[in-house]
Design a protein around this ligand. Structure first.
Ligand code: GUN
Length: 282
């Protein structure tokens, strides 16, 4: 029987709806709504789409929302000065610097400059370290969205073999940490791994490599849950995931589509992190 689809669009709407009351309570208590500042540098077309969508979602929820668009030639010093200004602005609960940044800027230095309590991306080493040690903190949005999806389908990670394909700081590494914290037995695959062998024994597969159809449907263990974080745009303009969807669907119990799976969850979790940041700042 074909796998059930996990509808990320519907679940993201549910997550957003669940934030409204707390955001209102925060606004009533301190006189202004949770707010997020998004920084975009240069003209990367994908970044423009993502940032527009983040800003629109924040506005729909009645959050404060500010976009700072800087020229591609901005110096690192000027970008760091903007981050310092946002760190000091009491109306700003969350700061997000959209990646990738132009080559002349050291992304790590910029991410390190964001105050950890405003780091709604969860990319600051303090937040990444807290996650790795199982302590509370702001968690990277895409992996947090995947965990929310697993909760929705009542998949219990405890004792399961989970394979994460990809070791990026944005998805693979924080994903592995969350799954360890949820008591899964976690394997992280990368370019030197025998991905087929690892996927074949996984009860949960999270694919986050950015290579179209790298994970073959025939590798999927019957009944496994397959989460596809990939967003690969083909020459025809169509989006496809890191997993061979049709073939994997024949074997999995649950699978996420691309588009309409993990993608919509990322922004919903960003809004959730903004509320969390506002709540902890008091
Ligand atoms: N670029 C691709 N994904 C992300 C993300 O989640 N956050 C930021 N800041 N940049 C990205």
């Amino acid at each position: 029987m074909a796998a059930q689809l996990i509808d990320g669009k519907a679940l993201a709407a549910k997550v957003r709806a669940g934030l409204v009351d707390e955001a209102k309570a925060i606004a009533a208590k301190r006189g202004f709504a949770p707010g997020i500042a998004v920084v975009r540098v240069g003209e990367d077309p994908a970044s423009k789409v993502y940032v527009t969508s983040k800003k629109k979602t924040a506005e729909e929820l009645g959050f404060g929302s500010w976009e700072h668009h800087l020229d591609a030639t901005v110096t690192q010093v000027d970008l760091l000065a903007l981050v310092a200004k946002l760190n000091a602005d009491p109306k700003v609960d969350g700061i997000l610097v959209q990646l990738p940044l132009p080559k002349h800027i050291d992304s790590n230095a910029v991410l390190l400059a964001i105050a950890p309590e405003k780091d709604v991306d969860g990319f600051h080493p303090v937040n990444a370290g807290n996650l790795f040690q199982g302590r509370p903190g702001l968690v990277a949005c895409t992996p947090a969205g995947v965990m929310r999806m697993l909760e929705e389908i009542r998949f219990s990670c405890s004792g399961k073999n989970a394979v994460v394909v990809g070791r990026s700081n944005i998805v693979g590494r924080p994903m592995a940490a969350l799954l360890i914290n949820a008591s899964a037995t976690v394997t992280v695959c990368h370019s030197k791994s025998d991905v087929a062998a690892e996927v074949r024994r996984a009860e949960l597969v999270v694919a986050a490599v950015g290579v179209r159809h790298l994970v073959k449907g025939e590798w999927v263990k019957p009944g496994a849950v397959v989460i596809d974080v990939g967003m690969n745009r083909g020459a025809d303009g169509k989006l496809s995931g890191d997993v061979e969807f049709e073939a994997a669907r024949e074997r999995a119990s649950f699978i996420t589509p691309v588009p309409g799976g993990v993608g919509p969850m990322t922004i919903a979790m960003l809004m959730s992190n903004t509320v969390t940041a506002a709540r902890s700042r008091g």
